[in-house]
Design a protein around this ligand. Structure first.
Ligand SMILES: [Zn+2]
Length: 247
């Protein structure tokens, strides 16, 4: 009995180590991720959805993609989802769909997104903005040179990422005082003199009920995601919002 028992214990021990090792390598393994895209075509929502889906599949996540907010009413999908990545600029949402999304996040589903796909969405819907933690209002000067300043160097989403510069839309956002600011940008005032020196959040996290919300204002087009820092922040934010262990 003793001879049989010990190998079983050792096997369980080794299996546990192996399982943990796999989770370290693929923290999103077996996570159910729903990607919902749409809205203004200028932000190439389908291109973004395809790119992030491809990365997630590489991380062994279980991915569902939809081009309609009606998916938020699908109880089968919503009952098992761990994370929602939404990329819908402007557009509109039905009240019951919006409510279903908010209910999911408040009960613990993560929400992640970027730029106008999460932060300039359903403009007339203040409940939605309350959940996300900010709303785009303008990008003075259109495409400009600007710097992203890392504020929370020790946060796992930004650890090892240094300040960086890019040429893209510098989002001026109205933000919720409850957000946890991870990175900011300072406005030069070259285009609107009265905002000279104003610092606006670029990357943040926040809670909404039991849900984790991640937002980055970076990512106007697919070229922006070729900037290593922009993509790294995005995928780490996605990992955090899913409640996965950060490497
Ligand atoms: Zn844009």
């Amino acid at each position: 009995m003793k001879i049989l028992f010990q190998p079983i214990i050792v096997s369980i021990f080794l299996f546990t180590i192996l399982l943990n090792a796999q989770n370290d390598t693929f923290p999103l393994e077996n996570k159910n991720v729903l990607i919902v895209y749409g809205g203004w075509e200028g932000h190439q929502p389908e291109v973004f959805a395809t790119k992030i889906a491809s990365w997630l599949k590489g991380q062994k996540a279980i991915v569902t993609i939809s081009d309609s907010t009606q998916i938020y009413l699908d109880k089968t999908v919503m009952s098992k989802v761990d994370l929602i990545i939404q990329h819908i600029t402007m557009s509109k949402i039905q009240a019951n769909e919006s409510k279903a999304l908010e209910n999911a996040i408040s009960r613990g589903v993560g929400l992640a997104g970027c730029h106008g796909g999460l932060g300039d969405t359903f403009r007339e819907n203040t409940e939605y903005q309350y959940m996300v933690g900010g709303q785009f209002v303008k990008h003075p000067g259109g495409q400009v040179d600007y710097t992203v300043k890392i504020i929370a160097q020790e946060n796992p989403i930004l650890k090892g990422v240094n300040d960086f510069s890019l040429h893209s839309e510098q989002y001026y956002m109205h933000v919720d005082p409850a957000i946890n600011i991870l990175a900011t940008t300072r406005f030069s005032g070259d285009h609107d003199s009265w905002i000279e020196g104003v610092e606006v959040p670029v990357v943040w996290t926040k809670s909404f009920g039991k849900g984790r919300v991640f937002y980055s204002s970076l990512g106007h087009n697919k070229e922006d995601f070729e900037i290593p820092e922009v993509w790294e922040i995005m995928v780490r934010g996605v990992t955090w919002a899913a409640g996965s262990k950060m490497n």
